[in-house]
Design a protein around this ligand. Structure first.
Ligand code: PRP
Ligand code: ZN
Length: 283
């Protein structure tokens, strides 16, 4: 039996719920309950504030958790990072009022900076040899410069919309974050076995996201050239076709490369190209 902590509400909650569901783990999404037991996997879900997840996992209140690496870095708790999950991408950045001239990181010398990430910022400034006044505030960090509480902020940036709305400009990207699965450093053998299962399911989902399954008919003589276009793929599936001199080729292509590869395959004479979503890729 594993107890997993996930964010009760906020930017990671929906993606976490979707990941669990895709992994065949169904839990009541009741936001009012603190704990929910899955019906089909030995797991219990604990809904917490993201800021509290690293400590809950370090203390063993939860055995594992899904949380942004930003929170893991800030809290400095003893947890192990099991795997990155490919969602919840954001950065923690320094931002200053739009109209102020920025001269480089020395600009921050002696300035007042509002943040909810004081430890990450202290570490960064120590590295750069900058002395600044760090004001820790819990929320609405982005309004601090406008109300005269600070000269700059250090906060999460995702789309950048919040900065624009508040007349701020991102000048240094300090920490790049995404959601990760973290674990208590000493789990029982039984829990480790459950964690392995969970990791296996999560990995196949994370790997298949952003991949497309592509089928096409190809002149058999072009097969070697087509296969050479797909470096890094294990040998693709090739099936003979009834029509002499033709074969059917099946490949998995990362979404970012899809159109480029499809155009190259078409140029080789591929026909009847079908692009399908890939639900799961089990290695
Ligand atoms: C963060 C941050 C900004 C916003 C930035 O808050 O504090 O307000 O996201 O996102 P954007 O660049 O897409 O506009 P979050 O929603 O994580 O809430 P929290 O600070 O209360 O955890
Ligand atoms: Zn938060």
């Amino acid at each position: 039996m594993l107890r997993i902590a996930i964010q009760a509400k906020g930017r990671l909650n929906e993606d976490c719920m979707a990941l669990l569901k895709d992994a065949g783990i169904n839990v009541a999404a009741s936001k009012r309950k603190l704990v929910a037991r899955a019906t089909d996997f030995p797991i219990e879900v604990l809904y917490l504030r993201d800021d509290d997840i690293p400590q809950a996992v370090a203390m063993g209140v939860a055995d594992v958790g899904i949380v942004g690496l930003n929170e893991v870095a800030e809290r400095g708790e003893a947890v192990s990072e099991v795997m990155r999950l490919g969602f919840g991408g954001c950065r923690i950045s320094l931002a200053i009022p739009r109209d102020v001239t920025y001269t480089g990181v020395e600009w921050f010398e002696g300035k007042r900076i509002a943040t909810s990430y004081p430890n990450v910022l202290k570490h960064y400034f120590a590295e750069k040899g900058i002395h600044a006044h760090i004001h820790e505030i819990a929320g609405s960090v982005e309004i601090a410069p406008a109300v005269g509480m600070a000269d700059a902020i250090f906060d999460i940036v995702s789309s950048g919309g919040t900065l624009v709305q508040n007349g701020l400009r991102e000048v240094e990207q300090v920490f790049h974050s995404e959601a990760a699965l973290i674990a208590h450093p000493s789990l029982s053998a039984e829990q480790l076995a459950d964690l392995e299962k969970l990791k296996f399911r999560f990995s196949s989902i994370v790997e298949s996201r952003g991949m497309k399954y592509v089928l096409m008919n190809l002149p058999a003589e072009k097969l070697d050239e087509a296969v050479a276009l797909m470096p890094g793929m294990r040998s693709p599936t090739v099936l003979p076709l009834a029509a002499e001199g033709w074969c059917s080729l099946h490949v998995v292509i990362p979404e970012q490369e899809l159109w480029e590869k499809v155009e190259q395959l078409k140029a080789l004479g591929a026909e009847g190209i079908l692009v399908l979503a890939l639900e799961n890729m089990i290695r």
